[in-house]
Design a protein around this ligand. Structure first.
Ligand code: ATP
Length: 305
């Protein structure tokens, strides 16, 4: 496998007696959209603040392209952009002017300012002073600022925070476009697991300062079947049979005349046998796959218990 673009090794942070990070390790390959998820207080912002150079770790290192972000910061941070907490702008300048200032610093291409303002839905407000922008508008401008000049790695702390559904949609689109067309790599924290599942290729789940699961989302969720949706000739009859013979699979009626049972692959043979014996062979048996949300709850609550 290629060298990772971002590598975090044994990253540890203590705030007095609070052990916010307990030696985490993770790797992000170039071109990935990596979701960093965890319950409140898990250590996400602490990790991102360390990557942004806002605080120092107690122990451990993070590397961008092999450069240590603490000791070799200037070359390491060249291709890195971070958006943590509320982004700061010149309040008297317009959105366009603010972005143009950052664009010049980042050696942006011509037309990129307008393109990014449009992508985050700020074309109409581009000439207004940022001092009058709402929180969501500032957040969108902050995302545009993080993307200008096509950095190699963009680290975003809760980028969807405070955004309305159409802005969330725009931000998802722009992240995908920048990755696809410019090869930008993203590392983002979020509580919106549905968005993470549809946007990210890989996730790291952090809980109480430790990584409890990491990998490609489809691999983490593959094989994790939580039940089956059955289509039968006579749903009521099939349900009655299952209630009698397979009560522990919690059979119940689902939408569209389906019968739903709970269980993993090991249930399948018995399910078929019971229905065949009763003269109710199912027309179709569709596995219900685990969602990232359920997986997340299992991983984090499992550790707590
Ligand atoms: P959330 O989802 O709520 O934003 P998070 O995963 O970003 O949480 P962090 O903000 O990194 O979590 O906090 C991790 C732990 O470190 C928590 O126990 C928090 O209370 C503690 N912590 C964070 N910042 C400080 C600080 N400046 N001083 C003391 N403790 C802190």
């Amino acid at each position: 496998m290629a060298e990772p673009l971002l590598e975090i090794r044994d990253l540890t942070k203590h705030y007095g007696a609070v052990r916010a990070l307990k030696g985490i390790n993770l790797q992000v390959q170039a071109g990935t959209i990596y979701g960093f998820i965890g319950p409140n207080g898990a250590g996400k912002t602490t990790t991102i603040r360390i990557l942004a150079g806002l605080i120092r770790p107690t122990r451990g290192h993070s590397y961008l392209d092999g450069h240590d972000l603490a000791t070799d910061r200037i070359p390491a941070a060249e291709g890195l952009r971070t958006l943590v907490e509320v982004p700061q702008f010149y309040p008297g300048l317009s959105g366009h002017e603010n972005l143009s200032v950052f664009g010049r610093l980042a050696r942006a291409e011509r037309g990129e300012v307008d393109e990014l303002l449009e992508a985050v839905g700020l074309t109409e407000a581009a000439k207004r002073a940022v001092g009058g922008y709402s929180l969501g508008m500032r957040q969108r401008l902050g995302i545009a600022q993080a993307l200008i000049g096509n950095p190699r790695l963009v680290v975003l702390d809760e980028p969807m925070n405070g955004l309305d559904p159409s802005a969330i949609h725009l931000v998802r689109e722009i992240i995908q476009t920048r990755r696809r067309e410019h090869g930008v790599t993203f590392f983002l924290s979020s509580h919106l697991l549905h968005d993470v599942e549809s946007l990210c290729d890989e996730v790291g789940i952090i809980h109480r300062g430790e990584i409890v699961a990491e990998g490609k989302i489809d691999e983490l969720l593959s094989g994790s079947i939580s039940g089956f949706r059955l289509q039968c000739q006579d749903s009521a009859a099939a349900l009655a049979v299952l209630e009698e013979k397979l009560a522990n699979a919690k059979p119940h009626a689902g939408e569209g005349g389906h019968v739903i049972v709970t269980g993993d692959e090991s249930l399948l043979a018995e399910l078929n046998r019971v229905l065949l014996d009763a003269g109710q062979p199912p027309h179709s048996v569709i596995p219900i796959r685990e969602t990232l949300e359920r997986y997340f709850i299992e991983m984090t609550e499992g550790v707590m218990g």
